[in-house]
Write a protein that binds this ligand. Structure first.
Ligand code: NAD
Length: 343
């Protein structure tokens, strides 16, 4: 069922629209007669190009390796060559890499041109395209350069997920599990029933879980756009997850899954979460085809990676723990607690 949600940041005059279970064909109407340019990557264009509206298309490279200042420069030049001006709508049509790079370039080019997203990965539909954070990596550090600027609208067409590779679907499911664990016990139960249908991209199941996950993100971003308080809850599974990603080379979704299971164990050890609920999280992670643990050893490397992350955020890198499924808190987690949870 199509859903028309909105994100209104307090003090801002205009809300950003979030249209879920809509059709890529609706993009033309949303542009309202303005000139528009699509930014995408080669995979998305190959799989979904025939469904793109008939606007000029600019490609960026695929994958995390494309999130660089070099891509920013290339994209800015390509948009200028395509005659972008302050009225042109720039539409990032792709996964999280496309939306992060497009949002950054559009929010800085000509000191800001209007932009929108049509997210094509599950992760981008529930997470990356929502909330206005954008940016690129620098010297191995993720998202070191960027802005927080809300897109004019986000339009998610769930049919595009049919061409998304299975591993990418699992990565997206990891973020849906995260959203459920921190903010919506009913979504968690829904996922326990429907995870296979979501992985198979059955549209009603996808539409149901995406809408609930997006509502959680919208709620947290509206309360804390710049990530000083509530929005940090979205880092559930990410503190340890980033370290696991860096040290073992797991994909982001896999690493977040391992991080969530470990954070659930810390939550049990602190008496915040019932053991049975931690087991539910681990079971759901495994049913989604995601790993629940990393290979033993390499604790020193993991600790060093956590430290590097801490330095990046000025010594402040807290963990997120769950207090029952559907409710989370930010907490200082000692290194030893992570180590124990991984043992
Ligand atoms: N801005 C935010 O708030 C936020 C939040 C979470 C993640 N992110 C960022 O998002 C990025 C990850 O996003 P992602 O997982 O979408 O990665 P991605 O953009 O690299 O997409 C994953 C892969 O799937 C392909 N793909 C995407 N849609 C497809 C489709 N419909 N059919 C076929 N192939 C398709 C892409 O070409 C790519 O190879 C990371 O860089 C992360 O930092 C940002």
């Amino acid at each position: 069922m199509p859903a028309d949600l909105s994100l209104l940041i307090p003090g801002r005059a205009r809300a950003s629209r979030v249209l879920l279970d809509h059709d890529l064909a609706d993009l033309a109407g949303l542009a309202g007669g303005r000139a528009a340019i699509i930014v995408t990557d080669g995979n998305v264009r190959r799989c979904q190009g025939p469904r793109f509206p008939g606007w000029p298309v600019v490609e960026v490279g695929t994958g995390e390796a494309a999130k660089t200042l070099a891509t920013v420069e290339t994209l800015a030049r390509a948009l200028i060559a395509a005659r972008v001006d302050r009225r042109t709508l720039v539409v990032g049509l792709g996964g999280g890499v496309v939306s992060d790079v497009t949002g950054f370039v559009a929010s800085t080019l000509l000191r800001g041109v209007p932009f929108a997203f049509a997210p094509t990965s599950l992760l981008a539909q529930v997470d990356a395209a929502i909330g206005g954070k954008n940016g690129v990596n620098l010297d191995g550090f993720k998202n070191l350069i960027g802005t927080v600027t809300q897109p004019e609208f986000v339009l998610a067409d769930h049919r595009v997920l049919e061409t998304l590779p299975a591993a990418e679907r699992r990565s997206g499911v990891a973020e849906v599990i995260k959203a459920a664990a921190i903010g919506d016990a009913a979504l968690f139960t829904l996922l326990e029933a429907d995870v296979d249908a979501v992985l198979a991209c059955a549209r009603p199941a996808v539409a149901r879980v995406v809408e609930r996950a997006v509502r959680i993100k919208l709620r947290l971003v509206a309360a804390d756009e710049r990530d000083d308080a509530d929005r940090r809850l979205l880092n559930f599974g990410h503190t340890l997850g980033h370290a696991v990603e860096r040290v073992f080379g797991f994909s982001h979704g896999e690493a977040v899954a391992i991080g969530m299971v470990a954070a659930a164990r810390v939550s049990v050890a602190r008496g915040l979460l019932a053991r049975g609920d931690a087991e539910r999280i681990e079971r759901l992670v495994r049913r989604a085809g995601l790993p629940a643990a990393c290979p033993p050893g390499r604790w020193a490397d993991l600790l060093a990676a956590i430290e590097v992350d801490k330095k990046r955020v000025g010594g402040r890198q807290s963990g997120v723990l769950v207090r029952g499924i559907g409710e989370a808190i930010v907490a200082d987690v000692a290194d030893g607690e992570w180590q124990e949870a991984l043992a």
